[in-house]
Write a protein that binds this ligand. Structure first.
Ligand code: FES
Length: 81
């Protein structure tokens, strides 16, 4: 089965301390109907935190880079795509 979304959770320091650690629980929290559609991987720093106005934590969903990521934001995004 091909999964629709690949979610890359940044576990670099900036993201991790600003909420990324919590995002690691995403897999356990995802509603069942979404769980089958996603593949979740962790990643070293995605380099997005290097920007002056960066707002970690960052998560990539396929090619989309989400800033200030939260579990609610991720679920909303998955539901609307
Ligand atoms: S630590 Fe997450 S983008 Fe750098």
């Amino acid at each position: 089965m091909t999964r629709k979304f690949k979610i890359t959770i940044c576990s670099g320091t900036a993201c991790y301390v600003l909420g990324g650690a919590h995002l690691m629980m995403l897999e356990d929290i995802l509603p069942a109907e979404l769980k089958d559609q996603v593949e979740i991987v962790g990643s070293a720093c995605l380099q997005a935190c290097r920007q002056a106005d960066a707002r970690p934590p960052f998560v990539k969903i396929n090619d989309y880079l989400m800033e200030s990521a939260s579990i609610t934001k991720i679920v909303d995004y998955l539901r609307s795509h």
